[in-house]
Design a protein around this ligand. Sequence first.
Ligand code: ZN
Ligand code: ZN
Length: 180
Amino acid sequence: MANMGCWACANGVPSPVTATLTFSGQYTIDDILGCCWECHVFSCSGHAERDADSGKWLCFSSVAKALAASAGIDDGEHVETRYASTKDFEQRLPVLAESTITRRNRWRNDNDRLYSVVMRADLNKGYAPDVLADAVGVADSLTEPRDELYNLIPDMRSHPRVSLFGGNFETLLTKLHSNG
Ligand SMILES: [Zn+2]
Ligand SMILES: [Zn+2]
């Protein structure tokens, strides 16, 4: 029996890339393949991917934070990784990019709402809208189960039991998902 677990699996974080379920209704806990280069949590391949450019193992919540920081949302320098563009992100993390494309495009197409929330929250004066749409789309994939799983197992509807992002990005996500 393994004596280490994936931090995200342990905290009920949906996996954007894996739809395999066990009898307990949880996502399959894959073998731990690495320790996140940014935040040092242990992660399975359902919750992390190796950056094809730098070779660094990055958990998906750190990737979302890096995308937000790259878009211009101040993260207090908590993550060092940056993405120059959507294309850069998609080339370096192809598995995560492919599995989150619907959610990322949803925000790309609803850029007016993204813009108004960013401006009202006074989070940034000049942000990169495409990369911010990527950041929010990836974050959504970690807080809401995949669409095809949502109705399958009631337990899947629960949100993670922990704060995944923190800082201004968490504030932005809260405002985006609240009404008004
Ligand atoms: Zn995991
Ligand atoms: Zn991490």
